[in-house]
Design a protein around this ligand. Structure first.
Ligand SMILES: Cc1cc2nc3c(=O)[nH]c(=O)nc-3n(C[C@H](O)[C@H](O)[C@H](O)COP(=O)(O)OP(=O)(O)OC[C@H]3O[C@@H](n4cnc5c(N)ncnc54)[C@H](O)[C@@H]3O)c2cc1C
Length: 458
């Protein structure tokens, strides 16, 4: 057994995403810390993806879930930002041109009005943002990892944690394929990928959880020229809608100017996502439109519901495929087909999707593949948005499903993210405490503070 495996640790962190890494940073040099990561690299979902840093307390964070004031969140976000900059994140800051943002806010306010059909409600939420880019974010993460390692944090990569048990003396036995680790504290930051696994483990040791809302939606791709005017001011513009047909809340999410639509594999199913490189741009932009769905009676398990939606959408795509549809076909009530997917007669030659039909991506009809209410909300949201940015409802606009964000299990914690199981802390997207890189990093720092306070080192 290696020294690493036989040693007793003060704190074991499960997952080296932004939550785990920022926790490790805060504990480095103060406690003996081991980070266990399933993958062969650190950074989690955030490292190998687009790396948009949303520097707003209203994006990627739920202040009421964290019991945090806006002022405190602002101050903590500034600290997270500093760490990213210290390790080489691009310094360009979007969302600071008050005059141009004012112009957009004004424009949005003119679209918000009552019609015979209902209330057309759209809001724009300005935020400061940075963009690291899929091609450069991993370098920032690699520098961070080296720096934290230099401060004494131990990393064990390719180490999947299989179980966590509580010993009689209150310590934790953390089991992995590589061996067992004893630790006084465990900080679980397993991300969306490890959420379901950790929920079962946490429940088995007595952690109290409940089902939260899940985000289900679609990815929309448009020509970059259509969306450029706003993304030059707000890199990832957050539009919030109340849809007139159902009165549901939807929002735009994860905008990628000059970006690519990507496939994200999850437990053998295909989901859609998007990113952008820093140095190589496409002629398109993409963003998600998400619906927040809660469940009460008779079923509350939003994770299982999301899984079924994902499974059915893939089934409708031919067994294991995304479904992609041109907006022109969706509004005309017909499926998209390979032979007309780029038809000039239908106006579809105006935009060549970055994820074109082929293996794993099937032209079809999302109104069959997806729950009706979500498709209605998509239509309403895109039409609302087209009143602010007219080209988004061009027939060539392309819609992909399923896009689902699994951060729906909530944990009962104190202010420093300690669960009801003493010394078991949780952080990040996988435990329903954040929805983005900055939020996850903030969580990690907060949990580390909680541990240090218990140690009398806070
Ligand atoms: C394609 C894509 C693009 C995105 N773009 C952005 C963006 O531009 N801006 C933004 O703010 N957010 C973005 N996100 C979301 C962002 O990546 C997450 O919000 C963030 O990474 C969450 O951090 P986390 O630390 O909670 O979890 P993660 O980053 O998911 O990290 C969790 C880590 O835990 C590990 N793990 C899980 N289970 C185990 C186990 N049993 N044993 C050991 N290790 C385990 C996983 O391998 C993973 O590395 C994007 C996500 C994707 C998929």
């Amino acid at each position: 057994m290696s020294a690493e495996r036989s040693a007793v640790w003060d704190a074991v962190i499960v997952g080296a995403g932004p939550a785990g890494l920022f926790a490790a940073r805060a504990l480095a040099g103060k406690l003996r810390v081991l980070v266990l990561e399933e993958k062969g690299r650190t950074g989690g979902a955030g490292a190998m993806t687009d790396g948009k840093l949303n520097l707003s307390p209203h994006i990627g964070l739920d202040l009421s879930e964290l019991g945090m004031t806006e002022a405190e969140a602002e101050e903590r976000i500034a600290r997270v930002d500093e760490v990213f900059l210290e390790h080489g994140a691009d310094r360009t800051l979007y969302g600071v041109d008050a005059e141009r943002i004012g112009w957009w806010l004004d424009r949005v306010s003119w679209v918000r009005h009552r019609t015979a059909k209902g209330f057309w409600d759209i809001t724009l939420l300005p935020a400061r943002q940075r963009h690291m880019g899929t091609d450069l974010a991993h370098r920032v993460v690699a520098r961070m990892t080296e720096a934290f390692r230099g401060k004494g944090v131990a990393f064990s990569l390719r180490t999947r944690v299989t179980d966590i048990r509580r010993c009689d003396d209150g310590r934790f036995l953390v089991r992995s394929a590589k061996g067992e680790f004893l630790s006084r504290y465990v900080l679980a930051a397993p991300g969306r990928e490890g959420a379901y696994w950790f929920r079962e483990v946490a429940r088995a040791i007595g952690a109290r959880t409940r089902y939260g809302a899940i985000d289900i939606g679609c990815r929309v791709e448009v020509a970059q020229a259509v969306y450029d005017e706003i993304t030059q001011v707000l890199y990832d513009p957050k539009f919030l809608f109340v849809t007139p047909t159902h009165g549901d809340r939807t929002r735009t999410f994860c905008t990628n100017p000059g970006g690519r639509v990507r496939v994200e594999m999850r437990n053998g199913y295909r989901l859609v996502n998007g990113d952008a490189l820093k140095r190589r741009k496409t002629p398109n932009s993409n963003f998600a439109i998400l619906n927040t769905v809660s469940m009460t009676e008779p079923i509350q398990d939003t994770t299982e519901m999301g899984r079924k939606v994902m499974e059915f959408a893939n089934f409708w795509g031919g067994g294991d495929s995304l479904v992609v549809q041109r907006w022109g076909d969706l509004t005309a009530g017909r499926r998209s087909r390979p032979e007309t997917f780029h038809s000039a007669a239908l106006g579809y030659d105006k935009m060549v999707p970055t994820l074109s039909p082929g293996p794993g991506v099937t032209p079809g009809d999302i109104s069959y593949a997806y729950p009706g209410r979500i498709v209605d909300n998509l239509r309403d949201s895109l039409l609302l948005l087209s009143r602010v940015i007219p080209g988004v409802a061009h027939p060539s606009t392309t819609v992909y499903v399923p896009e689902i964000k699994f951060y729906d299990t909530k944990y009962e914690t104190d202010r420093y993210l300690e669960t009801n199981v003493p010394n078991l802390f949780v952080s990040g997207d996988g435990v329903g405490k954040s929805r983005g890189i900055v939020g996850a990093a903030l969580n990690g720092m907060l949990a580390a503070e909680g541990i240090l306070r218990k140690e009398g080192k806070g």
